[in-house]
Design a protein around this ligand. Structure first.
Ligand SMILES: Cc1ncc(COP(=O)(O)O)c(C=O)c1O
Ligand SMILES: N[C@@H](CCCC[NH3+])C(=O)O
Length: 424
């Protein structure tokens, strides 16, 4: 088996793709396609890699629920001791159901928190609200007073740091909607310290997602450290320093060693935190779950339109929107290798009625034929969590491979499931 150097749990055993030892074609036969397949072992390894990088640093890993919010995943992350970064009342409800013991390790980010969401989080007793505006701070104080609770608060500051990534997922510059300008933060903390129902406990920063160099993280954290030191002089003692998420992976075929790269990330953050007494919070999403998952799909048809060859799969942009939305690259590999197949270039597309419904354009693979199974790799993050019902398509099933066993964590929806909220 060619698994040793792979950052992914999907490798070939002879000519068959396996996920953590389990045959992927057999999973497709049993559960149908499209199908999301995840490795719980790979998730556990990623969490251990981060914990190892930050060994000796007082820290909590608050997994970003939006990356993949499957209850079966959250339950296991909670059991590993993770906390969670949530951005809605819905995500809070997921944590409450899947990992109730971890609610006290929840941080609540997001620019548009509503009163009912604040109330639910106050009642649940989360670790911290990462407040993104002055108006939000005032409403949170009101809600906390109304409920007789205290809201532990970090301001999410916008450090105005440039991080190279797709413009849709960059968040840490002054033109972005996220956070409070770092230059105003001292004033806002002064206000927070006066507000009844508010206890300033931390500061948070998140500069974007799929960031592959460590320097922007260090630059942002350095600004945060300076701010905390100033605030401590002002008599506002913040303990939690939330460095956000955003640490990226390699989607292509270039070499990627997750353990070594997270060590580099940890080293960069640790050097900024040298001699600084604080509790570090981390909000990784993609790094933990992206490479642990694949979307398995079956080829329905192939056809030639003029100069172009099309491979039409049974998964579509509603199941995995990243290629359509960001032109993101996902490796696409056959589930069964067939050395006799010639190489062939094609657009690999789904059945949805949009020309943007593609997984790859002009991609060279071993020729794909009707009935073939392929796996779209690195689809564990921002795959199922961004799935929609567009074209009235049902959500696929999700299975988790854990210690060599297959656990169904979401059954395929039925058409009836789609109609439960509609009235006519
Ligand atoms: C506030 C916050 N924290 C954490 C994350 C997780 O990011 P990633 O999945 O890139 O680690 C995001 C998404 O970008 C986010 O907005
Ligand atoms: N959905 C994005 C990441 C969004 C990050 C959310 N803050 C992606 O697939 O890469």
């Amino acid at each position: 088996m060619s698994s040793s150097a792979s950052p992914r749990p999907f490798v070939y055993d002879g000519d068959r793709l396996v996920c953590s030892g389990v045959d992927v074609a057999a999973l497709a036969d049993e559960f149908g396609t499209p199908l999301y397949v995840y490795s719980a072992d790979a998730v556990r390894e990623r969490v251990a890699m981060i914990a190892n990088g930050f060994a000796g640093v007082d820290h909590t890993i608050c997994y970003a629920v939006k990356a993949n919010s499957a209850l079966g995943l959250l339950k296991r992350l909670g059991a590993l001791g993770c906390g969670f970064d949530i951005v809605s009342g819905g995500e809070l409800e997921r944590v409450r159901r899947a990992a109730p013991e971890a609610v006290s390790r929840v941080v609540f980010s997001g620019v548009g928190k509503q009163a009912w969401e604040m109330d639910a989080a106050l009642e649940a007793g989360i670790l911290q609200f990462n407040v993104e505006s002055e108006a939000e701070l005032e409403l949170l104080a009101e809600r906390a007073q109304a409920l007789g609770k205290t809201a532990r608060v970090a301001l999410r500051v916008n450090p105005d740091v440039f991080a190279e990534t797709h413009p849709y997922i960059s968040t840490g510059m002054s033109e972005h909607k996220f956070g409070i300008a770092i230059a105003r933060a001292r004033q806002v903390y002064a206000r927070a310290a006066q507000l009844e129902g508010i206890e300033p406990t931390g500061v948070s920063v998140h500069i974007g997602s799929q960031i592959r160099s460590v320097e922007p993280f260090a630059a942002a954290l350095q600004r945060v450290r300076e701010l905390v030191e100033e605030l401590r002089k002002d008599g506002i003692n913040l303990r939690n320093v939330d460095a956000g998420g955003g640490f990226g992976i390699e989607y292509g075929t270039a070499a990627f060693d997750p353990a070594a790269s997270v060590q580099q990330y940890a080293k960069a953050l640790r050097s900024v935190l040298e001699g600084f007494d604080a509790h570090l919070l981390l909000e990784p999403g993609r790094f933990i779950i992206a490479q642990a998952g694949a979307l398995v799909t079956r080829v329905l048809y192939t056809k030639q339109n003029g100069a172009k060859r099309f491979v039409i799969a049974d998964a579509a942009m509603n199941d995995l929107i990243r290629p359509a939305l960001y032109k993101a690259h996902h490796e696409i590999v056959p589930v069964l290798l067939d050395a006799s197949r010639p190489a062939s270039k094609a657009d690999i597309v789904g059945p949805v009625c949009e020309s943007g419904d593609f997984f790859a354009q002009d991609r060279e693979t071993a020729e794909l034929r009707s009935g073939d199974l392929v796996a779209l790799l690195d689809a564990g993050a921002y795959g199922m969590s961004l799935a929609s019902h567009y074209n009235t398509r049902v959500h696929p099933a999700e299975v988790l491979i854990e210690d060599g066993k297959t656990v169904l964590i979401r059954r395929r929806e039925t058409l009836d499931d789609l109609f439960v909220a509609e009235l006519y």
